[in-house]
Design a protein around this ligand. Sequence first.
Ligand code: XMP
Length: 358
Amino acid sequence: MFYSFSSFLLSKDVRVVEWIPETCLQDFYRCPIQSYRVVAAMFNAASFIDETVKELADRIKGVAVMGVSGGVDSTTAAILVNKAIGTNLRCVLVDTGYMRKNEIENNEKMLRKLGLNVIVVDAKERFYDKLKGIFDPEQKRKIIGELFIRVFEEVARKENAKFFVQGTIAPDWIESGGGLRDRIKSHHNVGGLPEKIEFEIVEPLRDLYKDEVRVVGKELGLPEELYGRQPFPGPGLAVRILGEADPASAGIVREACAIAEEEIEKAAANGEMSRPWQYFAVLLPCKTVGVHGDVRVYGNIIAVRAVESLDGMSAAYSKIPHAVLERISVRITNTLKDFVTRVVFDVTNKPPGTIEYE
Ligand code: XMP
């Protein structure tokens, strides 16, 4: 037990104190305590795994349904629950229509290879339908959060499950606000949850940050390409289409994201740069004049975003070599020439900009 914040900081369990400037900017008076994230030296992934698996086995009686995306958080959480309850875990991979190129097929294969029991639900049309005419980012996130839960409830009813597992991590609920905290954005799995839910929610990674989840994933024996994977938001490409997330816009941003990811990964593999913490493309809701040959065209703008971060709470834009940016720009404007006439690179840190645009 610590008698003061400073005695806690001086204790032997504390190795790193990370300043989180955006919480400081939100409210000066909460600055001294809430702006610091204390990373305990004693975070021991092996004991975290042992304790969590025991707790999960005690708590979950019968079948549990879990929302998985194939990302680091949900896959790590799924492996923990799988260790606790085995085949009683049903992992639900929802095709929202806002996933990246080939992501559903690749992730389904990868999750099955890890020994997980996977159910794929094609909910593309439901998501497109619910988001028709919706422009506000918070409303989008709430609609997506609710629809995810409704899909999970349907599976839970069929499977007779009373528990629902989520891969929620600390920044998700910190940024979603509540109590004394301001809402930065409603993460789909926290602030986007509807008030009435049919099952009990279990969140084994709730207190961990991204870097800690990666350590747990590594300790669990996940392949590096998985625990080192860049984050992808639950609402998917819907928050990378500014304004109405219609299916045509999803197609454009999906292709642009695939090109940005591919070129950056290629450049990192051949030593031109190091792989950023997160990197993607965003479709901006405005049009710009361009020229094809000697014909005037009027198309969209794609913004390329790449950041360095530890846990997503703060970030600095990545200093990507111009040659790589040029390849991304040329490929996007060639491949999507009927839609995109301009590519820009975002040089905003977090704060003031968040990593995703919505
Ligand atoms: P922001 O945009 O808030 O993002 O700076 C911080 C990190 O969180 C990811 N992110 C989300 N992840 N559900 C998620 O699972 C969400 O609703 C969500 N919103 C943002 C984002 O990609 C970044 O890595």
